[in-house]
Design a protein around this ligand. Structure first.
Ligand code: THU
Length: 158
């Protein structure tokens, strides 16, 4: 027997094509990327989480000379959002990045560890978390659930 998992996502060519809430979230992530502390990788990631009450909580990557002590932008944003709003659902997350060394013209997806963290909030909240991805330029991908970025976890444990 063979089973198939299908994942659909929306692709937008321009920021202006997104619904206004998602535009706002992606702009907040873009602004947040400028505040990243990334002296080692020179890869500046920004993230913004939309909380149920409409608040936007941003994060950016924070690096450290002891490399594993740093943290990705997505987890900085999601942990902050949950810490600041423990009773609110996390509705959506936007992620973007720019590099000092090369052009990021492809969407920047969250790493595996961040996906694991995000899906747990999605399961806790019983609410799909939209995920809006973009490089510093180029197409924008919108996933409708973190389950689509971590399908087996979502299928069997959520
Ligand atoms: N990084 C993020 O913040 N999010 C991602 O999705 C990919 C990687 C950070 C970690 C590190 O500070 C730098 O980007 C290079 O990997």
């Amino acid at each position: 027997m063979q089973q198939t998992i299908n994942i659909s996502y929306d692709v937008f060519e321009r920021l202006e094509g997104l619904p206004s809430d998602d535009q706002k979230l992606l702009k907040a992530a873009t602004e947040a990327a400028k505040g990243a502390y990334a002296p080692y990788s020179k890869f500046h990631v920004g993230s913004a989480v939309l909380v149920e009450n409409g608040d936007i909580v941003v994060g950016n990557n924070q690096e450290n000379l002891a490399y594993p002590s740093g943290l990705c932008a997505e987890r900085v944003a999601a942990f902050s959002a949950s810490a600041l709003h423990p009773d609110q659902k996390l509705m959506a997350i936007a992620i973007t990045a720019f590099s000092e060394d090369f052009t990021t013209d492809k969407p920047v997806p969250p790493c595996g560890a961040c996906r694991q963290v995000l899906i747990e909030y999605e399961i806790r909240d019983n609410q799909p978390m939209r995920c809006i991805l973009r490089g510093s330029t180029g197409q924008i991908f919108v996933f409708h659930s973190i389950r689509d970025l971590l399908p087996l976890q979502g299928k069997f444990f959520g």
